[in-house]
Design a protein around this ligand. Structure first.
Ligand SMILES: Cc1cc2nc3c(=O)[nH]c(=O)nc-3n(C[C@H](O)[C@H](O)[C@H](O)COP(=O)(O)O)c2cc1C
Length: 219
């Protein structure tokens, strides 16, 4: 199969964190969500366990409760964000946008909470957490990102968020999520206002890529 690289590269390079351009007025149907999730579960999982599960939240009261948790858990970060936002720098703009999302979260039509079977709390004390964390989150994050790209290619958008996880247990109780499962984030989903997103400024990879030893930049 020959891919149209202009299309695939555009999708890969312009799937952005969308916050201020989420259309809070337009409904998002189940059909499009399920279509995107069906693509998302093509993503890899450790040992092919396929332990992903997806919680869709539409209920107004539950969205409001989750938005409240998001703001409570993210309080300190969001307060420092407000200060940085005033500087007008690139980071400042991101933080201004992050604050906008925090203040308007409950108005986003749908939340998707990606879940994965397993917990890091079960890991025996003293274990190096890098492996278990990579295996657990590495079995849901690729699917989350595929979901976000599938949304983008259909005129919708989202923003990968994790702030509410500071109150993960409270969210689990609200949504009836069993104790053997982990939440990986909260994806607010909406149609986007326009679709003309641009590639972000990133460093040349030659500056962050090494050959054979970390002492040896590739170029
Ligand atoms: C692990 C992770 C956690 C994130 N958590 C949040 C969050 O809680 N709230 C938020 O507004 N954005 C969050 N983001 C979005 C980042 O701020 C965003 O991806 C980054 O600024 C780069 O923007 P871009 O994705 O448009 O390139 C998170 C992103 C990642 C990968």
């Amino acid at each position: 199969m020959d891919f149209d690289l202009s299309q695939t590269d555009a999708l890969l390079s312009t799937t952005r964190a969308v916050r201020k351009r989420l259309d809070l007025e337009r409904e998002v149907g189940d059909e499009v969500l399920l279509e995107c999730l069906q693509l998302a579960v093509q993503a890899p999982t450790g040992s092919n366990r396929q332990g992903w599960r997806w919680m869709i939240v539409r209920d107004k009261d539950k969205k409001a409760a989750l938005a409240d948790m998001y703001r409570r858990a993210g309080g300190e970060y969001l307060a420092s964000a407000a200060a940085d936002a005033e500087t007008g720098s690139q980071t400042g703009r991101v933080l201004d946008s992050a604050n906008y999302l925090a203040q308007n979260l409950e108005k986003v039509p749908v939340f998707v909470i990606p879940l994965i079977i397993g917990r890091l709390d079960d890991v025996p004390e003293g274990t190096n957490l890098t492996g278990p964390a990579a295996a657990l989150m590495g079995s849901i994050v690729p699917a989350m990102w595929s979901f976000q790209m599938a949304l983008r290619s259909r005129g919708l958008g989202s923003c990968y968020t994790t702030l509410h996880l500071g109150l993960e247990q409270e969210a689990a109780e609200l949504l009836g999520i069993p104790p053997h499962m982990s939440q990986a984030g909260l994806l607010p989903v909406a149609y986007t206002k326009g679709t003309d997103f641009k590639p972000a400024k990133r460093p040349p990879v030659e500056e962050i890529t090494y050959l054979d030893t970390y002492k040896n930049p590739i170029r």
